[in-house]
Write a protein that binds this ligand. Structure first.
Ligand code: ADP
Length: 208
């Protein structure tokens, strides 16, 4: 078996619901959800890394690629050592990574992407209001100010959207992000469950 993590990418603009769906999937045995946004927000904000994250995110910018990949891979190692993530059994659901073509290249040695779920939303105004509501609830510096949100959309268009062309178009499934959470989940499961079954069967065959 490949020693890269079998992975589903949750892909889409800020506010498209990647985190909402990732958290639901995380409750199902056999899926492991990893969100770079959550990893960064859990850093000690007094530490050098925490300050660096705040500096970029509060301007709506991406954290530099090398730092992002390093922190993420350390976090994955920690979950693996603790037995919370079992690479041979669990399908990794990656949310918020890669966010640039360079990150996709750096990530290649760690992850084997078997599906890209693209949460599509052309109504930026709706995403905008979702993010303003979320900022009020979650105290997020990156969503609090309209000009920061606008900057995040610009960065998404310029840096993140081109990531889609890094992957085989046959791997990409488009899902309407404006559907209800349950409707989005249904489509997501339709794409993800066969991948999880295949991964699980491969690992039991390898053990036999
Ligand atoms: P959202 O869910 O709104 O898309 P996230 O919670 O995933 O946002 O990310 C919050 C912030 O964390 C981003 O604005 C960015 O500054 C930083 N960040 C998250 N993932 C990455 C990444 N892969 N590369 C660089 N910066 C990132």
């Amino acid at each position: 078996m490949s020693d890269r993590y079998q992975t589903i990418l949750l892909f889409g603009p800020p506010g498209s619901g990647k985190g909402t769906q990732g958290k639901i999937l995380a409750k199902i045995p056999g899926f492991f959800h990893s969100s770079t946004g959550d990893i960064f927000r859990n850093l000690d904000m007094q530490s050098e890394m925490g300050k660096l994250f705040y500096r970029y995110s509060s301007r709506g910018e991406l954290v530099p690629d090398d730092v992002t990949i390093r922190i993420w891979s350390q976090n994955m190692n920690a979950h693996t050592i603790l037995g919370q993530f079992k690479p041979n059994q669990d399908l990794l659901v990656l949310d918020g990574l890669p966010r640039s073509v360079n990150q996709a290249k750096l990530l290649y040695r760690y992850v084997d992407v078997c599906k890209v779920i693209h949460l599509v939303c052309r109504d930026t105004e709706e995403l905008f209001s979702r993010m303003i509501r979320r900022a009020a609830k979650e105290n997020r510096a990156d969503d609090a100010k309209p000009d920061v949100i606008r900057r995040r959309f610009e960065v998404y268009q310029r840096e993140t959207l081109p990531v889609l062309s890094f992957y085989d178009p046959d791997l990409v499934v488009e899902v309407d992000a404006l559907g209800s959470p349950a409707a989005v989940l249904t489509q997501l499961l339709n794409a993800a469950v066969p991948m999880q079954d295949a991964h699980f069967n491969r690992s039991t065959e390898a053990e036999a």
